[in-house]
Design a protein around this ligand. Structure first.
Ligand code: MG
Length: 337
């Protein structure tokens, strides 16, 4: 059995911008197939991955898949995959997803049943408003009327103006994501000014490695503080206890569903809240992540909605609530429109 993969060009519905990056107009992803199981990777340079590194990682993983006696033994295969290369978590996640999709299809059950999860407890997803002129962000909020929760990207010198403009047109809960842009002192002052605007939580206000800064911000503000760039895998969670209120888990940061489940358990044992997030990616990865939402507190799984040419159908939305597919496996089908 081997790994078959192909590159997909995801075109973005709107140009997308966050605090540390230039505007994106499209994003490359890779789909992977192992013995009928489908996975996908959406590499990002921030985490050291590109399409080329993913392809190279797949070459390194191929002998493990080729020689595996039992592809159902996902735990042992993923341990080998992990030991073969450090990092490369988007690539590893694609392999993990394909193996889970294959196993659940063979068992004839939807993915969520592998974990004994109640699909009715899937969550509402937030919808992300990328950085732009305040008036344009206000327009994007008006267009996002189907979504009960918004995630607003900040990290500019017009942050308060942006939130003020958005609050003129909606009273929905807002998660703010600064993507590491603020200094700790600046964050404390901004968060105080943001408080009257009914913000539900603040994600990654300051630099990824600055845990003392995160702790300082948490101790000097009244809003829940979440770590995203500061936490990739389960072994990075214990040091965040008492530093933040919650963490954002993403499949392409942690290396797949096995590790995401491990992170959920470790976070719970450290009294941390949990968000499941995503990159800009196709319905394959988003649907896989959606199967985990009954186990967590917040879902930010809108990456496929920012894409105009998603090649797959999978999880659907009912007024912003994620509706898990009940077909065997992850539950994605290639689009034929
Ligand atoms: Mg984030």
């Amino acid at each position: 059995m081997s790994i078959h993969h192909s590159i997909i060009e995801l075109e973005l519905t709107h140009p997308f911008k966050i605090s540390r990056r230039a505007t994106d107009f499209f994003r490359q992803a890779i789909t992977v197939e192992i013995d009928g199981g489908i996975g996908a990777a959406s590499p990002t340079r921030f985490y050291g991955e590109t399409i080329e590194t993913v392809q190279h990682a797949f070459d390194s993983f191929t002998p493990i898949i080729d020689q595996a006696e039992d592809l159902d033994a996902i735990q042992s295969i993923m341990s080998e995959v992990d030991e073969t290369l450090s990092g490369n978590y988007a690539a590893k996640s694609a392999i993990d997803l394909a193996l889970h999709d294959r196993l659940a299809k063979r068992l004839g059950i939807p993915l969520f049943k592998l974990w004994g999860v109640d699909p009715n407890q899937a969550l509402d997803t937030s919808f992300t408003i990328g950085l732009d002129e305040p008036e344009i962000m206000q327009q994007k909020v008006i267009q996002a009327s189907d979504f009960p929760i918004l995630k607003v990207k900040l990290g500019t010198d017009r942050d308060l103006e942006i939130i003020g403009a958005i609050r003129e047109v909606t009273d929905k809960p807002i998660y703010v994501d600064a993507n590491t842009a603020w200094s700790p002192k600046e964050a404390v002052s901004k968060i105080r000014q943001l408080e009257p605007f009914k913000i539900a939580l603040i994600e990654q206000p300051t630099k990824a490695e600055d845990l003392l800064g995160l702790k300082f911000i948490r101790e000097h503000s009244n809003l829940p503080i979440f770590a995203d760039e500061s936490v990739n895998r389960s072994n990075g969670i214990p040091r965040l206890a008492g530093v933040v209120d919650g963490i954002n888990i993403k499949l392409s940061k942690c290396g797949g569903l096995l590790e995401a489940i491990r992170m959920i358990h470790v976070a719970r044992s450290h009294n941390l809240q949990i968000m499941i997030g995503c990159m800009i990616e196709s319905s394959i990865s988003i649907t896989a992540a959606a199967h985990l939402t009954p186990l967590v507190d917040y879902a930010d799984l809108d990456g496929h909605l920012l894409v105009s040419n998603d090649p797959y159908n999978g999880v659907t939305l009912d007024q912003g609530k994620l509706v898990l597919p009940d077909q065997p496996g992850i539950g994605v089908m290639k689009r034929h429109d």
